[in-house]
Every structure is written in structure tokens, then in C-alpha cells.
Design a protein around this ligand. Structure first.
Ligand SMILES: O=C(O)CCC(=O)C(=O)O
Ligand SMILES: [Fe+2]
Length: 509
């Protein structure tokens, strides 16, 4: 079984040749990745010459011992200490010896400094450190830190260069997400609202497909600022970053106001429309909220290895995600109170908070092989011109396998209105994306549904009433039944099911 606790040095043996470390798979190899045969995975050498900790055992020199009392601190603790320093102190301390130069050069430290106090004007110089310090990247002046052995420093580099192929190929047939040219709304409503699928035709009709690439956008919107996680950068700066960086978790452009910023029209009937939601999804019931609907559409751009760690989409909405350029690897799991979360994902007892503590690359190293074997797991590679459906409530992790540009939109199909109302009513602290003046999202949605589509609301309320009765019956089950259940096979041990089989309320005494 994969384990996040396996240290890198236990898994890797690193041999130096002129340019590359050949990272060979040894006995523990199944703990760090998928079985990709005996082919060695080639990782370039660390620019400072740092190697994984395990190499210290056979080394005749270790330069960490030259950094005075700091050498007594475990690497993790030393790194935490350095997180408290400002740029000047980091540079000064880094000037005292080679090992401290390496520790104070860690990119994460400089990224945090940059994002904490973003400079007004800057040029991207290839790394967060050189950008923050305004040092054009000059690799020939790098300090050599050979004979420094640290997983803390080596791991992010490994994750930024490891091959993604073993994790994204050979998808088991039972996990594979189905692909269709298109579906009718009737087919979607009757069979597919709870299931991920890919459509290969609709996106190819949009004018933005083929006309929008990162390059064509650059020629038109170079100075427009787009949101990328915690920063708003002009597109030309983000593209400099995207084309000239190499990170474990690259900064991801994720902009919810792109329609307004780019002044485009959207929707099937709009003049000169850029794109429209695939018709099979039918009416989006959050549209009854008009201007008060929560954020619902994003333009997404990022380099290879960027992506989204495991999450569920906001407010129990469903989503579609259309790839315009590049390719995305998707890993999805259904969720239900009776199902455990995906391997490696931690969920609070009331299911309201999801924590996915690892970067995507670390997740692949530690949990992917288990995830792939877990019932319910669904996987796919979505190519340019294709759109993937993410059903309401499903956990998903997304990884860009190459530079990619995508559009995504969240919506509420008829069959999921009850889930959204339940979420807005019962998970108030998790409700997101509404303007600050919306203090009662549940009341607002309920009121609008009553006003605009009273018959639909009547059916939905009936459905919610039934769900409430079932939940109350489940709660009132006796201790005896709970004990008996403990001896039954766990949901997820055998064939995958949503666990609704356990809701056989007719048999509840
Ligand atoms: O393209 C991606 O990274 C996935 C986006 C996503 O999951 C989301 O917008 O919720
Ligand atoms: Fe999502």
C-alpha cells in the first residue's frame, strides 16, 4: 500500500553522471509510484547539486555540518525558522555558508515573500528568488552545494520534474470515464446527472475553440490583469511566468471576471457569441438568481503540472470544464455520507471541511496507486475540444499534462436542485461565491424558485421531505443494528455503490 510517510531517501538511489541523476526504482518503488516496468525515470540534476537525504549515509562529506548551530536543527525546523525572516536577513544568512545559501534559496520562501508584499512593477526572471531580488537569472553564477543532502530541499525539485506518465496512462477500464459525441437533454436528465462523462462535439462549435490559445490571447489582452491564485498579473507577465518557470505547484490563472474583462458575449443566442453551455445540461436553475447568483464561470490557464487538488465544487453545484488547448488528467470520486473520502483526503465529521494536504505531485507519489484501486474511482484525459461533466458533490483532482487553456461553468440542473437547497440550508458556513449582501442564500434561492417555477419547487420540496424522513429513520436505528452493521463488509470493500442500498427504510422497524 502506498504511504505518504515513506521518505524520499528510502525510495531513491541517486547516481551522478555528467548531467543527470538516474533515479532507479528499488524495492520500495511501488510506494512512490505506479508500476511502470523497469524503465528508469530520468530527473535532471538539482541546479545547486542537492541530493536526497539518504545519500548522506554513503557520502564522505556533508556541508550541513559547516553551518554552526543551525546544523542541529532538523531540516523541517530550519525551514520553519527561515519562513520568519525577511528578504534581507535571508540574503545575509545565505552568505555565511553554502548549506545556508541552499536553505535560504528555497523557492517557497521567496514565493511567500513575493505574495506577502507583491512588488508593483517587476520582471519575471525565472524564479521567485531572482524575481523578488531583481536578479536576472544567471545560472553560471550559481553556488555549487554538492554534498548537501536534504529531502526538504530536494523533494519540491523532484516533484517539479518527475514523469507524470505512469499516473495518467494505463487507466483501468472500470475507471475510465465514458466519452460521447453529445447527449440530448433527456438522456442527461434521465441517466447522467450523477455520472462524469466527456462530450467530444459541442466545444468544437464554439468560436473560441481554435481562435483562443494562450498566444492569441496574449496578442489581444497582454495588459489585462487576470487573477492567478493570490495575485492579479497582466497576462503578459503571467505568460512570461508560465513559459519560464519550473515548479511543483505552478501558480494557476483562475479568473472569474474574464467575460467582463475581455468584453465578450456568451450564450447560444448572443450576437458574436464566444461560447455557450453544452445544450444537454439544459436549464441552469441558479439563473433564477440573476445578478445575485454566486460566481459561476472561470477562465483557467496554467503550465504543465498546474491543476486543482481534491475538492468539491461550491454550493453542491455541478460543472462542465471545456479544454480549449492542452490536455487535463481527471481523477474523480463520488461522495455520500456512507462513503469514505478519497484516499489521502481528510474530511471533518460533519463533512463540511475537506483537507487535501498534499500537492498534486505528492498525491500522485503517495496515494495514486491506492486511489486507482479504490471502488468509485473515475479517471480520464480530456483533450482540446472536449468537455467533462463534474456531477454535484463529486471530489475531483485535475492535473494539466501540458500548458492548457480551459473554460468552466458551474450550474444547477433540475435533478440537483434539492442537493443545492440542502447545502445552502445545512452547510451555511461553507456557502461561497455570493456577494456580501446576500446573507441568506437558502432563503433567496427558495424564494426565487417559488416566484419563477413554483411547480418545480413543489416537486423539489417533496423530495427534500422524503430525504428528511429517511435521514430521521436512519438516525433512530437502534444500537443493535449499528453493531450488526459493523460486521458487514464496509461500503466500498466490494463493488462500488452509492450506499443507498442501506437506506432500505421499509425494513426499519
Ligand atoms: O481545470 C481545472 O483545474 C479544474 C477546475 C475545477 O475543478 C473547478 O473550477 O472547480
Ligand atoms: Fe472543481
Amino acid at each position: 500500500m502506498a504511504s505518504s510517510a515513506v521518505p524520499l531517501d528510502a525510495c531513491l538511489r541517486v547516481e551522478e553522471d555528467n548531467k543527470y541523476y538516474r533515479v532507479k526504482r528499488i524495492k520500495l518503488s511501488s510506494s512512490i509510484g505506479e508500476d511502470s516496468g523497469d524503465a528508469p525515470v530520468v530527473i535532471p540534476s538539482h541546479p545547486l547539486g542537492i541530493k536526497p537525504s539518504g545519500n548522506a549515509y554513503t557520502a564522505s562529506r556533508n556541508i550541513k555540518f559547516a553551518c554552526g548551530l543551525f546544523c542541529k536543527l532538523p531540516d523541517e525546523l530550519l525551514n520553519h525558522f527561515l519562513e520568519k525572516l525577511d528578504a534581507l536577513d535571508l540574503v545575509r544568512l545565505g552568505g555565511t555558508c553554502k548549506a545556508l545559501y541552499a536553505f535560504t534559496s528555497a523557492e517557497e520562501l521567496w514565493k511567500n515573500l513575493f505574495i506577502g508584499f507583491p512588488p508593483k512593477n517587476f520582471v519575471w526572471y525565472g524564479t521567485w528568488r531572482s524575481t523578488y531580488l531583481k536578479l536576472p537569472h544567471t545560472p553560471q553564477f550559481r553556488v555549487s552545494c554538492r554534498n548537501l543532502f536534504s529531502d526538504v530541499l530536494y523533494r519540491p525539485f523532484h516533484c517539479a520534474h518527475m514523469s507524470l506518465e505512469p499516473y495518467t496512462t494505463n487507466i483501468p477500464s472500470q475507471n475510465l470515464i465514458p466519452r460521447f459525441p453529445d447527449l440530448t437533454h433527456e438522456e442527461f436528465s434521465a441517466e447522467w446527472t450523477d455520472t462524469p462523462f466527456i462530450l467530444t462535439s459541442p466545444v468544437k462549435e464554439w468560436s473560441v475553440y481554435k481562435n483562443w490559445t494562450p498566444k492569441t490571447l496574449l496578442s489581444k489582452y497582454a495588459n489585462v490583469r487576470f487573477r492567478a491564485e493570490a495575485v492579479d498579473w497582466p497576462l503578459k507577465t503571467y505568460m512570461d511566468y508560465m513559459n519560464n518557470s519550473s515548479e511543483e505547484s505552478p501558480l494557476y490563472l483562475f479568473d472569474r471576471s474574464f467575460v467582463e474583462k475581455m468584453d465578450i458575449s456568451v450564450g447560444k443566442d448572443a450576437k458574436d457569441t464566444a461560447y455557450w453551455p453544452p445544450t444537454c445540461f439544459g436549464e441552469d436553475f441558479f439563473s433564477v438568481l440573476g445578478d445575485q447568483r454566486p460566481d459561476c464561470r472561470w477562465m483557467i490557464m496554467g503550465p504543465e503540472r498546474s491543476g486543482s487538488t481534491f475538492h468539491k465544487d461550491p454550493n453542491a453545484t455541478s460543472a462542465w470544464n471545456a479544454v480549449l488547448t492542452g490536455t487535463k488528467y481527471w481523477l474523480l470520486f463520488p461522495s455520500h455520507p456512507t462513503l469514505p473520502p478519497p484516499p489521502g483526503v481528510i474530511i471533518s465529521p460533519d463533512q463540511s471541511e475537506i483537507t487535501s494536504p498534499l500537492s498534486i505531485a505528492e498525491y500522485l507519489l503517495s496515494f495514486h496507486s491506492l486511489a486507482r484501486r479504490t471502488p468509485g474511482c473515475r479517471e480520464a484525459i480530456c483533450h482540446a475540444g472536449e468537455v467533462l461533466h463534474v456531477p454535484s458533490g463529486w471530489f475531483h483532482l485535475v492535473l494539466n499534462l501540458s500548458e492548457s487553456l480551459a473554460l468552466t461553468q458551474n450550474f444547477v440542473p433540475r435533478r440537483r436542485i434539492a442537493d443545492v437547497l440542502e447545502f445552502l440550508r445545512d452547510q451555511k458556513s461553507q456557502v461561497s461565491g455570493f456577494a456580501d449582501d446576500v446573507t441568506d442564500a437558502f432563503g433567496l434561492f427558495l424564494g426565487r424558485l417559488k416566484e419563477r417555477c413554483p411547480e418545480v419547487l413543489e416537486d423539489v420540496l417533496e423530495e427534500l421531505e422524503k430525504r428528511g424522513t429517511k435521514a430521521r429513520k436512519r438516525k433512530s436505528r437502534g444500537k443493535w443494528e449499528e453493531l450488526v452493521k459493523m460486521n458487514e463488509p464496509r461500503q466500498g470493500d466490494g463493488e462500488f455503490g452509492f450506499g443507498f442500498g442501506n437506506d432500505d427504510d421499509e425494513e426499519v422497524p
